[in-house]
Design a protein around this ligand. Structure first.
Ligand code: ADP
Ligand code: MG
Length: 531
């Protein structure tokens, strides 16, 4: 045997980092992600142009879009991207705020680590601070009702200021307010306001459709192009004899049998169409297929029909038209029909679409975005999406706060007071948490080309004087009363941002070892034997 000793590898260490190295690497990665989106924060934030490997571009100011499109490699960076995604799904806005705050929490934690504060002390301090912050936020929130249209409009305006939608923000914010108020106070969810795009015309021509725009054309050219006072049958049934799932075999031994088979098929289609007609429907929107022969009979009866409508659209149609989705044609009755003032087939570029509009009291509506070019429309869509999200969450939770950095400065101030009730290292961590919140006004100032230190000092002085909603007017560079200036955001943006940012910061701080894990199994379906 050779004398020489072979090193023993217990754990593959090609990608292993541990201890302070792991912490530093993770913090660095998180900071880089936060740094990337930081310049887009606020009305004076800049845009990013993302170019993919095929050369397609996206020009955007929207935090979550940037992060979703970025190809992020580092695991800790991916955790930060998750913060943006959570913010997006929970509130629909405030993604940059959440990520920038998370980055700053980690940056400040690093300074504490340098001072030999143990990570667990920092984590505990951050936890205490986050809990206290939620209590303070609750007190800072002011009530809003769904009928306060002026206030709601200001929330929409705040969300859209400085975005692609800026040029038409008055018009767009009224549309968003109308849309959210239409779908109703309690059920307000982002998904009930669909946003569709159609290039051409200008942003000012963006409209609110009390109904839906379906990506479907009528199935037969003999059908009417439009229907007034539509009575809509919403069908989740195939108007076909043989559904593609069942493969039937019919043995025919002589020609007359074949003829009777065809006759029977014809009769079945006629029966189907008769059930539709006798219910009083003049429009059929079908989630499944419609056979050629059925199309023919429907057209003969002057019925407008679309097939293979998406399931999600069917559900929205039911909400918009107050119809019931039917799974058995025999059950179709007058009461199940949805109603729309007008249905027509429209051409959008090369495609044909079906517009279902003028529904009475619709619980699902559509914003049809218009604009010069594809890239402009996409960015307007994102701004509208943020505004809709803000309004939904303002109405759902009934609370709003003043923006422009005022909320963060006030929160920091009250957290510092709270910190004095603590001792030792936790106190240091709570103070760092408070300092981290101030990254929001600081960044707003920086992005507006203002001196961040002067601005922050002025803001803090105003809050010391008891001006709770003193914020930064990024257009004049002055400290103003953000509430009086109608810069208003839903409280939930802040609640969610503080929560997810502190959670991810704590999680990253607890990591002291980054190891390569086994490759996931090829099949994602768990094997019974593994359970
Ligand atoms: P996010 O992705 O976090 O929503 P935004 O780019 O939308 O990022 O910026 C939101 C920030 O901009 C909030 O802190 C908000 O208070 C602030 N803001 C919005 N309008 C104004 C304004 N007119 N003046 C100053 N700050 C504003
Ligand atoms: Mg925003």
């Amino acid at each position: 045997m050779a004398e020489q000793q072979q090193p023993i590898y217990v754990i593959s260490d090609s990608t292993r980092t541990s201890g302070r190295d792991a912490q530093r690497n993770n913090i660095l990665a998180a900071k880089i992600v936060a740094e990337t989106v930081r310049t887009t924060l606020g009305p004076k934030g800049m845009d990013k142009m993302l170019v993919d490997s095929l050369g397609d571009i996206i020009v955007t100011n929207d935090g979550v879009t940037i992060l979703e499109e970025l190809s992020v490699e580092h695991p800790a960076a991916k955790m930060i991207v998750e913060v943006a995604k959570t913010q997006e799904s929970e509130v629909g806005d405030g993604t940059t705020t959440a990520v920038v705050f998370a980055g700053e929490l980690l940056k400040r934690a690093e300074s504490l680590l340098d001072k030999n504060v143990h990570p667990t002390s920092i984590v505990r301090g951050y936890r205490l601070a986050a809990e206290e912050a939620q209590k303070i936020l609750k007190k800072l929130g002011r009530s809003v009702s769904a009928d306060d249209t002026a206030l709601l409009k200001n929330i929409a305006l705040t969300a859209m200021t400085g975005k692609g939608a800026e040029v038409a923000k008055e018009h767009l914010s009224s549309l968003v307010v109308d849309a959210v108020r239409l779908i109703g106070v309690h059920s307000s969810t982002l998904e009930d306001v669909s946003i569709e795009k159609k290039s051409g015309a200008s942003i000012h021509d963006t409209e609110l459709i009390k109904g839906l725009l379906l990506d479907k054309e009528r199935v037969h050219s003999g059908m009417p192009l439009s229907v007034k006072n539509a009575k809509i049958a919403l069908l989740d049934i195939a108007l076909e004899v043989r559904s593609p799932e069942t493969d039937a075999k019919i043995q025919i031994t002589d020609p007359s049998q074949f003829q009777s088979f065809l006759d029977m098929e014809e009769r079945m289609f006629k029966d189907m169409v008769d059930s539709v007609v006798s219910s009083g429907a003049n429009v059929v929107l079908c989630q499944k297929g419609i056979d050629d022969l059925a199309q023919h009979y429907l057209a003969k009866k002057g019925i407008y029909a679309c097939r293979r409508v998406k399931k999600s659209d069917m559900e929205k149609l039911a909400k918009a038209t107050h119809g019931t989705i039917i799974t058995n044609l025999k059950e179709l009755s007058k009461e199940d029909l949805g109603a729309a003032g007008f249905i027509e087939e429209i051409s959008v570029g090369d495609d044909k679409m079906t517009m279902v509009k003028d529904c009475v009291n619709p619980k699902a509506v559509t914003l049809l975005v218009r604009g010069g070019t594809h890239h402009v429309i996409e960015e307007v869509e994102r701004a509208l999406h943020d505004a809709v999200g803000d309004l939904c969450s303002a109405i759902k939770y009934g609370k709003v706060v003043a923006g422009a950095g005022s909320c963060e400065v006030e929160l920091a101030k009250q957290l510092r007071t709270y910190a004095h009730s603590l001792q030792g290292r936790e106190q240091l961590a709570v103070l760092s948490f408070a300092d981290s919140l101030e990254i929001i006004p600081t960044t707003l100032a920086e992005n507006a080309g203002l001196d961040p230190i002067d601005t922050l000092t002025e803001l803090k002085a105003a809050h010391e004087r008891g001006e709770v909603s003193a914020g930064l007017d990024v257009f004049t560079g002055k400290v103003v009363d953000a509430w009086a200036q109608s810069i208003i955001e839903p409280l939930q943006i802040k609640v969610q941002a503080v929560q997810s940012a502190s959670e991810v910061a704590e999680m990253i701080l607890r990591i002291d070892d980054v190891l390569a894990a086994k490759k996931p199994k090829a099949s994602s379906v768990p094997d019974v034997n593994d359970m």
